[in-house]
Design a protein around this ligand. Structure first.
Ligand SMILES: CC(C)(COP(=O)(O)OP(=O)(O)OC[C@H]1O[C@@H](n2cnc3c(N)ncnc32)[C@H](O)[C@@H]1O)[C@@H](O)C(=O)NCCC(=O)NCCS
Ligand SMILES: Nc1ncnc2c1ncn2[C@@H]1O[C@H](COP(=O)(O)OP(=O)(O)OP(=O)(O)O)[C@@H](O)[C@H]1O
Length: 199
């Protein structure tokens, strides 16, 4: 049975993963967005809300999971984060399998997975693409986000495989420290090459 070539797209916080994923979509490549799936399942009426409320009382409401509040509980507490991941990750894996069935005829698909290296998913893809920009560009982007603090940024960075290591382990690096147009051109070029690896 044939299946699409699977590209794992990853990168540290604020490196431009979501932006680059949208560029792959514009290049005609179906993208599985793990984070969007998590948000949907944590949203109003989402399938994970009950389990999260049971494990972390007071972190949900009518609008679903209160992500800021939950983040405050888990980002500085490894055991709590592991409990949350045990609830969330199996549900993401199920949705990813469904996505692959839906797009079985495509030559290429992208899995946008923030924690590809951290959780070992790089073994399950055919090629890894890492988005990367200089550390000062990353920091400025992240600290400009509402609700972000230097402390939270530091906690999240400490949980992630360092950018330098990600770059070394990547099959392809997409530079997002340049203009959006330059990054988009690089993504289109890479998508074409990955869809036809023999050319
Ligand atoms: C704790 C939650 C509710 C906080 O949400 P919030 O909107 O405040 O932050 P956001 O999701 O944008 O994450 C901020 C940064 O932390 C990173 N991050 C998120 N979860 C994790 C994790 N389990 N380990 C390491 N880094 C993480 C993200 O990749 C991102 O770079 C949310 O991150 C969550 O449910 N995490 C657990 C599920 C998960 O692992 N998601 C990421 C991959 S699908
Ligand atoms: N060349 C570029 N490529 C990608 N993003 C760029 C570029 N230049 C500027 N940006 C900006 O940088 C920001 C990157 O944010 P984005 O949400 O894509 O990052 P992310 O890696 O998905 O973040 P997180 O891991 O925190 O979810 C966007 O506001 C985007 O417009």
């Amino acid at each position: 049975m044939t299946r699409p070539r699977i590209v794992g797209l990853t990168g540290s916080i604020g490196m431009g993963k979501s932006t680059v994923a949208a560029m792959f979509e514009r290049a005609g490549v179906p993208v599985f967005d793990a984070d969007a799936q998590v948000r949907a399942m944590q949203g109003p009426g989402g399938e994970l809300v009950g389990a999260i409320e049971a494990a972390f009382p007071g972190t949900t409401g009518p609008e679903g999971v209160l992500r800021d509040r939950l983040g405050q509980l888990v980002f500085g507490d490894a055991a709590a984060l592991a409990r949350l991941e045990a609830i969330v990750h199996p549900a993401v894996a199920r949705r990813r399998a469904e996505f692959l069935i839906e797009h079985a005829a495509a030559p290429l698909v992208v899995f946008d997975i923030p924690l590809l290296f951290e959780k070992g998913g790089h073994d399950q893809v055919d090629a890894v693409v890492v988005v990367s920009a200089p550390a000062e560009v990353q920091r400025a982007r992240v600290l400009a986000r509402p609700g972000m603090t230097p402390e939270k940024f530091g906690q999240i960075l400490a949980l992630q495989v360092p950018d330098e290591e990600k770059r070394e382990r990547a099959d392809h690096v997409i530079d997002t420290g340049v203009s959006l147009a330059e990054t988009e051109a690089a993504v289109h070029d890479l998508a074409a090459r990955l869809a036809h690896p023999q050319d």
